[in-house]
Design a protein around this ligand. Sequence first.
Ligand SMILES: Cc1cc2nc3c(=O)[nH]c(=O)nc-3n(C[C@H](O)[C@H](O)[C@H](O)COP(=O)(O)OP(=O)(O)OC[C@H]3O[C@@H](n4cnc5c(N)ncnc54)[C@H](O)[C@@H]3O)c2cc1C
Length: 485
Amino acid sequence: MGRNSTSHADGIRGSVHSVARRTRPPGKRALARAACIGKLSRSYTPGSRIVPNTEDRYCIIGAGPSGLATAHQFQRAGIAFDVFERYHDVGGIWDIENLGTPMYESAHFISSRTQSAFDDFPMPADYPDYPSRTRILQYLRAYANHDGIRSRVTFDTVVKRATPVDGGWHVELASGEHRRYRGVVCAVGNNWNPVDASYPGHFDGEMYHSSRYKYAASLAGKRVLVVGGGNSGCDIACDAAPVARETLISFRRGYHFLPKHLFGVPTDAFFRSGPHLPAWLAQPLLTLLLRVLVGDLRRYKLPKPDHKVLETHPIVNSQLLHYLAHGDVRAVPDVRELNGERVTFVDGTSADVDVIIFSTGFRSAIACLDADVFSAERGAAQLYLNVFPDRAGLYVIGLFETDGSLFPVVSKQAALVASVIVAQRNGSDRAAWFERQRTGARPDLSGGIKYLASRRHAFYVQYDEYVHHLEKMLKRMSSPVRGAA
Ligand SMILES: Cc1cc2nc3c(=O)[nH]c(=O)nc-3n(C[C@H](O)[C@H](O)[C@H](O)COP(=O)(O)OP(=O)(O)OC[C@H]3O[C@@H](n4cnc5c(N)ncnc54)[C@H](O)[C@@H]3O)c2cc1C
């Protein structure tokens, strides 16, 4: 289907959609018009809501970066779809107004501008190397307006449950509406289910997960302990440093710290400007480079990393070492127990604190799918290329972690899903070829790196390796296939 015919059809569907959202039964004219274009449920009875016929459409759940990328790729491929978003606008976690978002005022991208755009929509050239969360949100909103995607999103609408039914999917909205779709794309994000830490004893001060932390002024004059040395934990400690009475950051293990720039170039851009090196060469070279540029982290009282560089998600932060060097942040080991205001650490030292912020990560979950349909907790082993579960018509976009930006990757994931759907729809031999790949041996997406066995790394892929696989598949899906494996 051509692009113009798609948008025309979408215009018609849009009008039916708005009819469906009315609370009063529609008038005779509206009924006649909708019935004439075949979009009304045949079971309409006066007083009931009109349910649009969506059997040939795909339901995209979520209008964050992953959902938007999917909508763009589907629109381009002429695949009919609806997008549902539980909040009032697009942007996902990047909209700090969204209840439960882990975003905080000072947040900036840790992947750089030129490496972080969607494939079909560059970031503005006047953006800085590491855009702020407000700029990222503006960029996402501009992306949603581009090609009219925003008008295709139904806001303030939670998808409560998606269930496979014969030849399609049954989707239940929190409004009570039920619809049938050809397929479902889950683009619901990974950062909405905080994992709290618990320690023996009791604490008399404030204690909360980092997803509830929003701005530095809330820490002014307080003795702050941040538990967890991931990117958010380091950012929050750096927010606290200039305003808090005292700032401690507790590390359970040592990490490697990558500065935001190397030789005046954003670190990710620096690495991608050269040839792609295999892990056995990249890891020792990077270790050497960090030894020269950053030095021995034990000088800052940080624990020595117990794993090789790149075996955990990189900490990209140039500020924390600065604050540690100036004594404005103090590194402490893991917490052993709590007692009133006193926190005792595993090395036997202790400190009195007013606030503990647990930067202890998130659990992946797709609440609208029953566990026997797909369980995000079971990790990537259930997915082909981190996208395709063993369920016809179900696709997962954005359920991965990587050592690069998510936006270019979800563009490619979505483009691949679109190409598979189009091939299936056309009965092309590419669909059969893809199915053989999907059910065959799983490609190794680690790039030869032995990621730490942890919840965070359950969906981890090495960026270059993963992009390479996705691009290879996309190329094969767009060229004639004659049954070759
Ligand atoms: C502090 C922080 C810094 C980060 N920095 C970077 C970075 O520098 N570079 C980078 O590439 N990535 C970064 N990330 C990763 C980040 O997760 C991605 O940038 C991106 O937001 C993920 O997009 P998403 O669409 O998959 O998920 P989300 O942004 O979480 O969007 C999911 C959307 O789905 C909606 N939704 C969920 N369930 C339902 C439902 N049942 N019904 C309807 N709607 C639903 C949600 O409301 C939300 O709008 C960072 C993450 C954090 C927390």
